[in-house]
Write a protein that binds this ligand. Structure first.
Ligand SMILES: [Zn+2]
Length: 243
């Protein structure tokens, strides 16, 4: 048991070091992630607008073709109007002319609507592209900052990750998942006793429990914060051994 407690405490120390490395990167990794997701969102928006424009182009072109067809018909009807032989024929042609003129008018309005919608969508795209460009250059900047820092911390990180790998190989899956759970909730999963208290939350540990803890023969969980607590002696021994 003592060895398991030592392994857990060591793992916590390695993770503390990894946290410190992360901290030297500041908010950069988070910022890069968030910028990347903003950029993906903007790109999707632009694509959607472009798709909309492409669809409008087809509708606009159809309206344009229909206008041409009706204009052609109208021309023909107007010629025919001069050749009618009776009132009945004249009325029929007049009706066709009226219908064609009405259709051309409606289609022209429709054509203009499409043009207007497309041009406003185009200017929206322009605006989005400007935003995208700004975000992209901001991202490039942050990425290069991050890679600069990462270069400095890479060796350290590699070393700690290697240590971590070795340690977790000695811990059962159940225990490791418990460790991870406490760690993600509390920051630190394993702490030592300090001045008869849990150094994680500062709450006092009953004297009877301190005595039991020193035996290093079972896992003690702080009743207040749920962290795994090891004796101060064990912690000291591990820290000494590290030096
Ligand atoms: Zn505690």
């Amino acid at each position: 048991m003592e060895e398991m407690l030592s392994t857990l405490y060591l793992l916590q120390r390695v993770d503390n070091n990894l946290d410190d490395v992360e901290e030297t990167k500041g908010g950069l990794p988070e910022m890069v992630r968030s910028l990347e997701s903003d950029i993906a969102e903007l790109t999707a928006k632009i694509n959607k607008k472009q798709e909309y424009i492409d669809n409008q182009v087809a509708s606009r072109n159809k309206a344009d073709e229909d206008i041409a067809t009706f204009t052609e018909k109208l021309k023909k009807y107007k010629e025919q109007q001069y050749q009618v032989r009776n009132n009945k024929e004249y009325d029929a042609i007049s009706k066709e002319i009226e219908f064609s003129e009405e259709s051309i008018k409606n289609l022209t309005n429709l054509f203009e609507d499409f043009e207007n919608m497309m041009s406003s969508a185009k200017s929206e795209i322009e605006e989005l592209k400007t935003q995208l460009g700004d975000q992209q250059s901001f991202l490039d900047e942050k990425k290069s900052d991050l890679s600069e820092i990462s270069k400095e911390t890479e060796e350290e990180e590699k070393k700690y990750n290697k240590e971590r790998k070795k340690l977790i190989a000695k811990i059962s899956e159940d225990l490791l998942s418990r460790y991870d759970k406490i760690r993600s909730a509390r920051g630190k999963a394993v702490v030592a006793v300090r001045k008869e208290s849990c150094s994680g939350c500062g709450n006092r540990i009953p004297p009877q429990h301190i005595i039991e803890l020193r035996r290093n023969d079972h896992m003690y969980i702080c009743q207040h914060c749920g962290r795994i607590v090891v004796s101060d002696e064990l912690a000291k021994k591990i820290i000494e051994a590290e030096k």
